[in-house]
Design a protein around this ligand. Structure first.
Ligand code: PBG
Length: 324
């Protein structure tokens, strides 16, 4: 029963027909825009390796959030770049730190926009690692306590979700317990559950000034060779109380997104990271590809793989293209 009875081209004859039969329908509803918050006022500092992305002071972040909400984007995720870094990253859990201040200001001015906060120490430590370092090794269990304090500071400021991205073992459970004990049992956790040690984070480390000063993150982030292990990481996080699980990066890990989607029943997010964004921007700037089509195709693939939520630096451009 093949050709000529069956002709797959029949359903591709017009744009309207293609629209009718599309299997994946990327929408503005699942978009999350990452934002970088710095101290000061009236600061908007472009990030060279991520054209179109900037570090912003709280006032400018709020302005940006108004635009984001007007475009129909439901959420932002905040990363803080502190004034002072130290060995323990103590500005991470200060109520006066950039992230808690931004959360409070956004919730005041743009209350319907969801504010997710990245919970990690690498932006706050002088060595750039995601936890407490002793004898050159990141100490898992000591780090949990600090991450929990950071999550509580974000909760107190009014965050809608906290998103631990450090990849310490047991951090979802530790944060859940601490939030519950502090009276935040209703606050959800979006866990960076399957986070790989990736070269595609390069531009982000400029943006967050979080490049490790020695070694790398392969002792705690996942090995790109492993797909099955992602399911183990994801199940552990769900058991510990993760409300949403994330795969990161996205484009080089579509198989992982698909397997995670099939394995768990919580919402699945994917992070189209800085390097994925920079690659498309740079190739387009060099005249090597059509930026809008490449952006849409990459995004559609991530949705097709099974991500219902996509964190992407293209969120505003996608929202403009996809409409409401
Ligand atoms: C912090 C963190 C990183 C990213 C998100 N949270 C960097 C890293 O692990 O080195 C990367 C985001 C991106 O590249 O856009 N741990």
């Amino acid at each position: 029963m093949g050709f000529p009875t069956h002709r797959a081209r029949r359903l591709r004859r017009s744009a309207t027909l293609r629209r009718l039969v599309a299997e994946s329908r990327p929408s503005v509803d699942g978009l999350v825009l990452p934002l970088f918050v710095v101290p000061g006022a009236d600061v908007e500092r472009p990030i060279a390796s991520m054209p179109g992305v900037a570090q912003r002071s709280v006032d400018r972040v709020v302005e940006e959030c108004r635009e984001v909400a007007d475009l129909g984007i439901p959420a932002v995720i905040l990363f803080g770049v502190p004034e002072h870094k130290d060995a323990y990253g103590s500005e991470a859990w200060s109520d006066g730190g950039p992230v808690p201040r931004a959360v409070a200001a956004i919730k005041r001015s743009v209350p319907d926009l969801l504010v997710i906060t990245d919970v990690c120490l690498c932006e706050y430590t002088d060595h750039g690692h995601c936890g407490v370092v002793e004898r050159g090794v990141v100490q898992n269990d000591q780090t949990l306590e600090l991450l929990a304090k950071e999550a509580i500071a974000h909760a107190r400021a009014g965050a809608d979700l906290v998103a631990p991205s450090d990849m310490m073992d047991g951090r979802v459970g530790a944060i859940r317990l601490a939030l519950d004990a502090a009276g935040f049992s209703e606050l959800g956790i979006m866990a960076y559950a399957a986070k790989y040690a990736s070269a595609f984070y390069g531009p982000f480390r400029d943006a967050a000034q979080s490049t490790p000063q020695f070694g790398d993150r392969r002792g705690y982030q996942m090995d790109p060779a492993n797909g099955r292990e992602a399911l183990r990481e994801v199940r552990l996080d769900v058991e510990e109380g993760a409300d949403i699980v994330m795969v990161k990066p996205a484009l080089a890990y579509l198989d992982v997104i698909q397997r995670v989607r099939a394995a768990v029943d919580v919402p699945v997010a994917a992070y189209a990271v800085s390097g994925e964004y920079a690659m498309i921007r740079a190739a387009a700037a060099a005249g090597m590809l059509d930026e809008e089509r490449a952006m849409l195709e990459a995004h559609t693939a991530i949705v097709r793989a099974g991500a219902g939520i996509v964190l992407t630096y293209f969120a505003k451009a996608l929202a403009r293209r996809l409409g409401r």
